[in-house]
Ligand binder design. Structure first.
Ligand code: HEM
Length: 464
């Protein structure tokens, strides 16, 4: 673990817990109904629009956090054992234990859980996320190198900027020519996946919408994990197509930084990147919605984009705020590799461990729980001491924890030549909702008024 990680884990205990409580059957049922079912129903691997709409309308995410607070009042902050038949789970309720679990992964808190194995087998059966400790030791460095995990700026950032600029310019000109200047998720996501394919695979993949469509079909099956059979007839051509790109990586692409001719199940490693960039696109779109309601923050992001410096700390922190408010990985899962003992209880090897991020991210005791406060992040992208872990933390931290904020800040910067208005939904800035359904966000992007300098104003993009 690097020194920065050690610093953020200042409060972790050595592997183990001082105390473990056990929930009653009725409370277990309540957690399953109010926390686990809605989270799974929204779609763990690919979001389901209908369920996300329902979650927003019914306030299901806010309800889940309230349910967790009720548990803390009743049982205290020690990890809570949910005696779910055949699949007991240990629910983490204290930020100190978040640190402990993440710092002590993958032993005794393995990243590869039964649920993840069942889901990811549908499209990336050899991925690092579901590998055992010895495979992980080989695979993890491959990801870290290709994604330049330790570097604030990836070595190909200038190329990424060129890609983001051209693709988003095309979007701006497209919505401008329609005269309405409206950007919805459908238009944004099509451009976003062109960006993703070029960054990950190379320019030749720009228009390979079939690849993305096939991956999305496989992800939809993966949402059902054990409950759906693996569609090998679809998975095979998907992997073959990835194999072709891997044999001829585009110049400056992420796959160009992978080892050559190896048997590391590279198709599975790259499938995870293509999948996970969806979450990045969702978060950029949510960040734009947030910034549209916070003119002073938008002005700061615009100022930052005028600077030729490609590291944009303020814009990165805005993205982290969107992730804190609406984490795209709401549950971080682990599985015990050995029995854990406290004075009066033994929790068996194989038990699941659940960190439900919104519980910590939206703790009502925090003055800023339900509003945007970019300053809380400082130079960090994880604050495990208070349970803020949108990219996780420790040895299994998302290896794109630097890359995603970089590309996101470039995309947001590209749009900084416009005025952004949130048309839908309506947000109350002092009381942001527990769910922000990205499928239904609509923005208006209009060229800036006279006097405002527009560093990236789109050629031909008409004024409002
Ligand atoms: C908003 C965007 C993203 C968020 C919030 C995010 C968050 C996460 C989280 C929470 C984990 C789980 C870590 C754990 O179990 O402790 C993870 C794992 C991972 N992510 Fe990301 N991720 C994002 C985008 C990406 C992208 C774009 C890539 C690749 C280009 C990527 C690659 C990975 C990989 C390979 C893992 C597995 C790491 C391991 O098990 O060692 N992620 N990510």
């Amino acid at each position: 673990m690097n020194s920065r990680n050690q610093a953020v884990f200042s409060n972790a205990r050595p592997a183990g817990f001082a105390r473990i409580n056990r929930a009653s059957w009725i409370d277990t049922l309540r957690v399953v109904a109010a926390v686990m079912v809605p989270t799974a129903a929204k779609g763990i691997i690919i979001r389901r629009p209908i369920m996300e709409r329902l979650a927003q309308r019914q306030g299901l995410d806010t309800g889940a956090v309230k349910q967790m607070q009720r548990l803390v009042k009743k049982y205290g902050r020690a990890p809570l054992l949910l005696p779910i038949p055949f699949r007991p789970q240990l629910l983490i309720l204290d930020p100190v234990d978040v640190s402990t679990v993440l710092q002590c992964s993958p032993q005794p808190f393995a990243t590869a859980t039964r649920e993840k194995r069942a889901a990811l087998a549908h499209f990336e059966p050899e991925n690092v996320l579901i590998s055992d400790a010895s495979q992980r030791a080989e695979l993890r460095p491959i990801h870290e190198h290709a994604l330049a995990s330790a570097d604030r700026l990836h070595p190909s950032t200038a190329r990424f900027k060129a890609i983001v600029d051209t693709e988003l310019l095309e979007v701006l000109n497209g919505i401008g020519s329609g005269g309405r200047n409206e950007l919805d998720w459908s238009a944004f996501s099509q451009a976003w996946f062109r960006i993703v394919r070029r960054i990950v695979l190379g320019d030749l993949a720009r228009n390979d919408v079939t690849l993305t469509k096939t991956l999305n079909d496989l992800r939809s099956r993966a949402n059902w994990a054990f409950a759906a059979s693996i569609d090998r007839r679809k998975r095979r051509p998907f992997q073959q197509q990835l194999g072709q790109y891997l044999r001829q990586p585009g110049e400056g692409s992420l796959i160009g930084r992978l080892p050559k001719g190896s048997d590391f199940g590279l198709e599975s490693q790259v499938a995870q990147w293509l999948f996970a960039f969806d979450a990045a696109g969702i978060t950029i779109f949510r960040t734009l919605a947030l910034l549209a309601c916070h003119p002073s923050y938008w002005a700061k992001a615009v100022d930052e984009a005028k600077d030729p410096e490609l590291d944009r700390p303020f814009t990165r922190n805005c993205l982290l705020e969107a992730l804190r408010l609406w984490p795209t990985t709401p549950v971080i899962l682990r599985e015990l590799t050995e029995d854990i003992k406290t004075d009066d209880r033994t929790v068996a090897r194989g038990t699941g461990v659940v960190i439900f991020a919104p519980f910590f991210h939206r703790d009502p005791e925090l003055a800023y729980a339900n509003r945007m406060e970019p300053s809380i992040w400082g130079p960090n992208d994880a604050l495990p001491a208070i349970g803020f872990v949108p990219f996780s933390a420790g040895a299994a931290i998302c290896p794109a924890h630097n890359l995603v904020p970089t590309i996101a800040s470039l995309a947001i910067g590209m749009l900084s030549g416009t005025d952004v208005t949130l048309l839908q939904p309506s947000l109350t800035v002092d009381d942001l909702p527990g769910t922000l359904n990205h499928f239904d966000i609509r923005l208006r992007l209009s060229r800036q008024r006279v006097g405002a300098s527009a560093p990236h104003a789109a050629a031909g993009f008409p004024p409002h």
